[in-house]
Design a protein around this ligand. Structure first.
Ligand code: AGP
Length: 621
């Protein structure tokens, strides 16, 4: 969850680190800090640490005008796990002898045992974090490491120390006795490396490197990297040469900038037509048949899949719910969708004929990674749906189908969601094509309908003024309920998730038919209810459900299909979306709900892109 950046090269490191942290702040914003190896001539090198609780800006204001010199350093933005989000617990942490500094993303699960051992040996601690244990351990091992072997003693000390650590982590170290050197290591938490023009960098994700290079090396589990201005060396934990996973990112640095929008979320909502278009690009051959070049599973294997299991978290889980309807309807394969954190701790009955689809925008969500690994260990084939080339999920799955949304910076996921639904529906059609569950012309027709989506999303975006007006009323509500049936249900859940995560209003989504089994008791006079009521085989049932809540005082906002004038008789407000195939409606109906959440959050003065308590990439359990 935390953002980490490291730089060693010819330039003053502070500017590079602060700019890097600005691009990574979405990963955590409880505190921010930097350490510079101040190695000005004529004096022994010193570590200069500045760290402050709160947003990055607090640190930026703090260091402004300070004499912070050094061309090697580390930076960190924190999402607190162990220890309150205060100055003391902010990273970097420095060893008691003042020699070594560390930044950390993840959790050291056996930190309590290690801490007791270090305390017994006379070490003292200044923070409540698990991280400080690591830096004390490395410092304790340094002298022994310095007496054995060639090269960086820091790297050797880190290798020995990491063998004693349990948990998921990426760590980066500097040592004042080795100015110009950064040592990094990772296990189950992301770390990417880049080199350009006499400078080497590391970051917790590619967004932190984009301003410098698009050629990236992702460190693999239990690999150690030594970064100097001249280059990067990677070894395993025994010091044997190794190499990470190298790839080129096709994102542009401008893709990770706000480009005139007030917030990343708003920009990303408006980028959806382009993102969907990109995700659809090049998926067919000259005969109109679907070809998925990035899906490296033999067709024969996919033809014989007898069950699909989808695992994901949060918004990605909701796209998985939509996929269930598409795969079952088009490919006639039974589908189960499960929250990854639940799937990973039960004993699912899996077989080689099952296809497990793991969905993750970031490709780094700890629970989704673990669920995918759990499935592979039991012989199932795992297909990843992810937005990030080179991410852990992309590397570890048997095959990948990329969404091409470009970097998603806002914590609230929008364009990743719509592109996930598109990618999953392409997968559904592909399975249908392989199994001959649909005729080729039917597949072609569905694809043609999908290619019309970008222009239709463009039309839906025109409802922004209407959503901004409605947001003024919704913002005064005590709670907001969303309901839907069939493919409307995942959108009801997603609408509620979006609203609660950025506005902090109590919002819940329900299957419309379940309302009368309990949730309807919550309805009181004027309580807002959002109903997914587009044309389809369950529309008349939804109308009945709307009547049930209206009869109890609810104020209903219906998301309906253009031309449906009758819906106005049943609801207080209507937002229209174009008429599309029922299975494609979620890709349109979610857009007004994203805009509603955004404008409610604005009306309430919330921090839209960095909502409280959350982080973009959830790399801890
Ligand atoms: C969405 O708005 C959320 N912030 C969150 O639910 C997110 O979708 C979830 O953490 C999964 O992330 P992933 O797609 O990167 O795995």
């Amino acid at each position: 969850m935390c953002g980490i950046i490291g730089y060693t090269g010819p330039d003053p490191a502070l500017r590079v680190l602060l700019d890097g942290l600005a691009t990574l702040e979405y990963r955590g914003y409880d505190s921010a800090g930097v350490v510079l190896v101040d190695d000005r001539p004529g004096a022994p090198a010193e570590l200069a640490v500045r760290k402050r609780a709160g947003k990055l800006q607090v640190l930026v204001d703090d260091v402004a005008g300070q004499d912070l010199t050094g061309s090697t350093g580390l930076g960190h933005t924190r999402w607190a796990t162990h220890g309150d989000p205060n100055d003391r617990n902010a990273h970097p942490h420095v060893s008691g002898d003042g020699n070594v500094a560390v930044i950390h993303n993840g959790i050291i699960e056996n930190y309590a045992d290690l801490k007791s051992e270090l305390l017994a040996n006379g070490y003292t601690f200044r923070s409540d974090t698990d991280t400080e244990v690591v830096v004390q351990l490395v410092a304790a091992l340094y002298d022994r490491a310095a007496q054995s072997g060639e090269g960086s003693p820091l790297a050797r000390a880190v290798r020995i120390a990491v063998k004693r650590l349990e948990g998921a982590f990426s760590l980066a170290f500097v040592d004042r006795r080795e100015p110009g050197v950064i040592v990094a290591v990772r296990r189950e938490a992301p770390m990417v490396l880049g080199h350009r023009d006499g400078a080497s960098l590391l970051a917790s994700d590619v967004a932190g490197l984009l301003a410098h290079t698009r050629d990236v090396e992702a460190l693999l589990n239990d690999q150690v990297a030594i970064l100097t201005a001249d280059g990067i060396t990677v070894t395993d934990l025994d010091g044997a040469p190794a190499s990470g996973h190298r790839f080129t990112v096709d994102w542009d640095v401008a893709d990770a900038e706000m480009q005139g929008f007030a917030h990343f979320m708003l920009k990303e909502i408006h980028e959806q037509p382009r993102a969907v278009r990109e995700t659809l690009l090049g998926r067919t051959d000259d005969d109109g048949r679907i070809v998925l070049d990035d899906l490296r599973v033999p067709s024969e294997e996919l033809r014989h899949v007898d069950k699909v299991v989808i695992v994901a978290c949060g918004t990605s889980f909701h796209s998985g719910m939509v996929a269930k309807y598409a795969i079952e309807h088009w490919a006639h394969i039974p589908v189960e969708v499960e929250i990854a954190s639940e799937f990973r701790y039960r004993d699912p009955i899996l077989s080689p004929h099952m296809l497990v689809v793991a969905i993750s925008q970031s490709g780094e969500t700890a629970d989704t990674l673990a669920a995918a690994a759990h499935a592979r260990a039991q012989g199932a084939t795992v297909v990843a749906i992810t937005n990030v080339v080179g991410s852990s999920l992309a590397r570890e799955a048997d095959a990948v189908l990329y969404t091409r949304a470009g970097p998603e910076i806002a914590v609230a996921s929008t364009k990743a969601f719509t592109t996930q639904m598109v990618a999953l529906e392409i997968l559904a059609l592909y399975l249908a094509q392989l199994r001959r569950a649909l005729f080729p012309d039917e597949v072609a027709d569905h694809l043609a309908r999908m290619h019309a989506l970008p222009a239709l999303i463009e039309e839906v975006l025109d409802c922004e003024r209407q959503m901004a007006d409605l947001a003024q009323t919704v913002a005064r509500a005590r709670y907001v309920m969303f309901f839907g049936r069939h493919v409307g249900l995942p959108i009801a859940l997603e609408g509620a998730l979006k609203l609660k995560e950025i506005s902090y209003l109590h919002a819940e989504g329900f299957p419309a038919g379940e309302m009368k089994h309990g949730p309807i008791a919550l309805i009181d006079e004027g309580g807002p209810v959002v109903a997914l009521a587009t044309r389809g085989h369950v529309r008349s049932k939804i109308i009945s459900n709307i009547e049930q809540v209206k009869g109890r005082g609810a104020v209903v906002l219906a998301i309906a299909t253009e031309g449906d004038t009758e819906i106005k008789e049943h609801s207080d407000h209507v937002v229209y979306v174009p008429d599309v195939h029922e299975l494609l409606t979620p890709i349109l109906t979610v857009v007004p709900l994203q805009l509603l959440s955004y404008h409610v959050a604005i009306a309430l003065g919330r921090d839209v892109d960095q909502p409280r308590n959350l982080a973009k990439t959830v790399t801890v359990e």
